[in-house]
Ligand binder design. Structure first.
Ligand code: ATP
Ligand code: MG
Length: 390
């Protein structure tokens, strides 16, 4: 049986009251952009859902993979259309069930009628019982209205009826761009890509910033890795900007003028200050990091306080309460893990102290920073940087 439509249900948009059209337009636009290189028919809104016409050339697996990554989509189904005649609907439901490969593992079903067309001759409970009876007579399935293996939706639209049952889950959340722009500090480790994904899921459009460290002989400088991570994250949020900041000059300054135990803290503070400038340039309203409380020395509460104090922008660290294994599981799920674990020169070894400070004091750090040529170098870097788009 060939499917004729994809039915897309969206997530929290339904809660957005008067702003609902804004969220719906954004999601529709994002879906169209993500599918622009795939074969399909029209994509349009129909009541509280989106429909995609599909044809013989449509590659359903390809489209499935793309839709599963678009923030704002709660779930979707491949569906068949039928005329709005109960007799035809009955036959179509059974035909569809018979052509469904996984049917052998299913024992129970329930019909879930939806009726956008209030003029249709039967009310939902009547559709449920009439179609239910027909399925009972013509298949081996038995009814279970509470916990069925299959919930078969008979969706009576205005023009035609849609039948579907194999729910494919999306990632939910809010459409990209609807909550604003943020600058995400992408390190090449496991955590920051996951943090980025979390904020993307909440409707933020992320601008990525990576601070490129000095290459120590032979080691990869990580640029390709960061570009690959950006590409993976762009599957979720669409076209993505990446700024790569050359950091060597700062590292030299820090190593020359800051005591070893405080170097990592000052290094992070400067990263935030530069990210703030990029945020201003991009009209972004905050920063995103992959910090997780006390996972490493720079993430003790004391150090976080001192580091976050370097900027006036709000800083979002969505992994703050997650354990490493939970973060890793999510990295695997979103497809960044394999790339994140490729070895590269993460941080100049001179910045990593044997006994790093774990209880930094803001006054002391600020005093030490007075010796640095921060502003000049930042201005020079900002005037020279270019971003790449993925
Ligand atoms: P990650 O796995 O993301 O590297 P981590 O647990 O290794 O995180 P840190 O290396 O201390 O922790 O970094 C904390 C956060 O600071 C990162 O998640 C990232 O947001 C930011 N960050 C660190 N290094 C860089 C870098 N070179 N470029 C951009 N952001 C960075
Ligand atoms: Mg790291």
């Amino acid at each position: 049986m060939s499917y004729t439509k994809i039915i897309i249900h969206y997530d929290e948009i339904t809660l957005k009251g008067g702003n609902r059209p804004f969220f719906e337009r954004a999601l529709l636009q994002n879906i169209k952009e993500s599918l622009q290189h795939t074969e399909h028919g029209e994509i349009y809104r129909d009541g509280g859902k989106f429909l995609i016409d599909i044809n013989k050339k449509t590659n359903l697996n390809e489209i499935k993979t793309i839709l599963q990554k678009i923030p704002g989509i709660s779930n979707f189904y491949f569906a068949v259309s039928e005329e709005k005649s109960l007799e035809k609907i009955n036959k179509k439901v059974v035909e569809l069930l018979n052509s469904y490969e996984q049917i052998k593992t299913k024992k129970t079903f329930k019909i879930e009628a939806r009726r956008a067309d209030k003029k249709f001759g039967f009310k939902s409970p009547e559709i449920n019982s009439k179609v239910g009876e027909y399925v009972l007579e013509n298949t081996k399935l038995v009814v279970d209205v509470h916990n069925p293996d299959l919930e078969i939706v008979v969706d009576i639209g205005i023009k035609e009826c849609f039948i579907y049952f194999d729910k494919i889950l999306g990632i939910g959340g809010l459409p990209t761009g609807t909550t604003g722009k943020l600058v995400s500090l992408l390190s090449g480790g496991i955590d920051s890509p996951v943090a980025s994904y979390m904020m993307t899921k909440r409707g933020a459009k992320l601008i990525f910033v990576h601070f490129k460290n000095r290459t120590i002989s032979g080691a990869s400088d990580g640029q390709e890795k960061i570009e690959n991570l950006t590409k993976i994250l762009s599957n979720f949020q669409g076209k993505s900007k990446l700024y790569i900041i050359p950091f060597e000059e700062f590292q030299k300054e820090i190593i020359a003028k800051i005591p070893a135990k405080n170097r990592m803290i000052v290094y992070k503070r400067i990263m935030f200050k530069i990210s703030e400038k990029i945020a201003k340039k991009e009209k972004a309203k905050g920063l995103v990091t992959g910090d997780s409380l006390s996972q490493v020395a720079s993430q003790t509460l004391e150090n976080i306080e001192v580091i976050y104090n370097s900027t006036n922008l709000p800083i979002f660290s969505p992994l703050i309460g997650m354990n490493k294994q939970e973060i890793i599981d999510l990295a695997v799920k979103i497809g960044t893990f394999e790339t994140s674990i490729i070895p590269y020169q993460d941080c100049c070894s001179f910045l990593i102290a044997k006994h790093p400070e774990t209880k930094a004091r803001l006054e002391e750090i600020k005093k030490q920073e007075e010796n640095l040529e921060i502003e000049n170098i930042i201005d020079k870097i900002i005037s020279e940087i270019k971003c790449k788009i993925f």
